[in-house]
Design a binder for this molecule. Structure first.
Ligand code: SAH
Ligand code: DHB
Ligand code: MG
Length: 228
């Protein structure tokens, strides 16, 4: 099969699954529109991946969620909806403009009382969360700047309990990660993600796998549980 046909097939399958399983949802559709109108990049999770996040949050029985990288709160809405009524999400976002769009979308989704958007660099906000004793969290979604993933993972582990779930987006990078130079300490984001994947596979504190997600291009969601 030519590469083009393969990519078209993967898009058709993605649409098929979305049509079958992802309910029509005006709040989520409006959130995407609002992001576009405000010039935010279209780098949110897909509807199918959003539903996967929702399902993993439900299956794990999560009540306290920490997300790193909010954008317009599209993934945040999926995660927050999976929680029981007393559930809470803290989501970290560096760009004030993204945070403003996110807060509006959360308001429209009726989730403002469950979700707190904090503005700042993840690596500045995470130590504060630890100092304030706001952990442990049941589930983490790491989806901000790729070169800081190793730092985010260490903070997630510090803020976890045995059995906590750590989800990491964009671990396959349309196959670019196959070319990563994992020995290069000061490498590109791609090299860093290559090393990150290796850490997920080998760190004795963790058990992990990566779910490949096909949507025209291939990316992957890391699924990790913190060992007892
Ligand atoms: N989780 C979102 C997409 C996040 S895109 C969704 O799927 O809907 C990545 C976001 O991380 C962007 O909004 C970007 O501004 C933010 N970001 C980049 N660097 C950051 C940092 N150092 N700390 C926190 N957020 C950061
Ligand atoms: C990018 C970031 C993401 O989190 C994503 O899911 C896709 C793309 C990016 O920075 O290009
Ligand atoms: Mg992502």
């Amino acid at each position: 099969m030519s590469e083009n046909t393969e990519s078209q097939l993967s898009q058709r399958i993605d649409s098929y699954l979305e049509g079958l399983f992802v309910p029509e949802d005006t709040v989520l559709e409006q959130a995407l529109k609002d992001m576009e109108q405000n010039g935010l990049p279209s780098i949110n999770v897909s509807p199918n991946e959003g539903q996967l996040l929702y399902m993993l949050a439900k299956l794990s029985g999560a009540r306290k969620v920490l997300e790193i990288g909010t954008l317009g709160a599209y993934s945040t809405i999926w995660l927050a909806r999976a929680l029981p009524p007393e559930g809470r999400v803290i989501t970290l976002e560096y760009e004030p403009k993204h945070a403003a769009v996110a807060r509006r979308n959360l308001e429209r989704a009726g989730l403002s009382d469950r979700v707190e958007v904090r503005v700042g660099a993840g690596l500045d906000l995470l130590p504060e969360i630890a100092r304030n004793g706001e952990g442990p969290f049941d589930l983490f979604f790491i989806d901000a700047d790729k070169s800081n993933y190793p730092g985010y993972l260490e903070w997630a582990i510090k803020l976890s309990r045995p059995g906590s779930v750590i989800l990491s987006d964009n671990l396959l990078r349309n196959g670019d990660v196959l070319k990563a130079d994992i020995k290069n300490e000061h490498g590109s984001a791609n090299d860093i993600i290559g090393r990150y994947n290796r850490q997920l596979a080998t760190d004795p504190r963790l058990e992990s796998l990566i779910i490949p997600l096909n949507r025209g291009h291939v990316d992957g969601l890391g699924v990790t549980v913190v060992r007892s």
